[in-house]
Design a protein around this ligand. Sequence first.
Ligand SMILES: NC(=O)c1ccc[n+]([C@@H]2O[C@H](COP(=O)([O-])OP(=O)(O)OC[C@H]3O[C@@H](n4cnc5c(N)ncnc54)[C@H](OP(=O)(O)O)[C@@H]3O)[C@@H](O)[C@H]2O)c1
Length: 223
Amino acid sequence: MTDAAIAVLGGTGPQGKGLGYRFAKAGRRVIIGSRDAAKASAAAGELDETLGGDGLVTGMANAEAAAQAGLVVVAVPWDGHNELVESLRGELSGKIVVSCVNPLGFDKAGPYGLDMGNSSAAEQLQSIVPAARVVAAFHHVSAANLIGPAEKLDHEDILVAGDDKEAAAQVRALAATVTGSPGVDAGPLRLARQLEPLTAVLISINKRYKTRSGVSISGLPQD
Ligand SMILES: NC(=O)c1ccc[n+]([C@@H]2O[C@H](COP(=O)([O-])OP(=O)(O)OC[C@H]3O[C@@H](n4cnc5c(N)ncnc54)[C@H](OP(=O)(O)O)[C@@H]3O)[C@@H](O)[C@H]2O)c1
């Protein structure tokens, strides 16, 4: 599995590009996905150049990227998310599909988590593609830090939630390409309802302290 390519749908945006950068920097093959294959190729070319031209990053239309990958990261905005995943039911079925999607709103008082009812973006993805092995992760790492110069974002933890234990374990291992340590097992997929809107709190903190805050969990066993 670790040799399989990772597709990043919406990988032309800052978050998908940043995650793709970290995965490829750690030696993983990455396919940048886009609604527009030419835009995907251009973004992949930029990333490949940043990484020294080792050819680990390619770009394709979202459907082809998802079809060729072993693991798929969904990094598109909440608006349009359901339509995109509906259109990729076949390609996503049976695969580990990672959602970092944060359904947020912004008004005069700042950012807030949208009312998702008793659901979350990750759970909606799971209900649209029941055969996907959906895992929620990477909600709280900022795109700017991902693409930034730090060797690893070792001051942050990646919280990982999923019902498929084996899939969640693979995503926790993948998180080490970003932070240097495995992700933290946060529990079942329904906890994406808490993980996704927590990002509104981080954005609010960022504004007040002029920083890029992240999440770090204390009290975990050292091993
Ligand atoms: N930015 C961050 O720091 C950050 C941090 C954590 C999590 N996230 C989450 O990661 C996701 C991506 O964030 P982002 O800032 O990279 O977003 P973005 O730049 O707004 O969008 C990413 C890409 O999604 C595609 N896209 C846009 N609208 C779409 C639609 N209606 N249907 C299908 N594809 C569409 C576009 O790619 P093409 O035009 O090439 O198809 C775009 O480049 C979001 O859900 C966000 O909540 C972001």
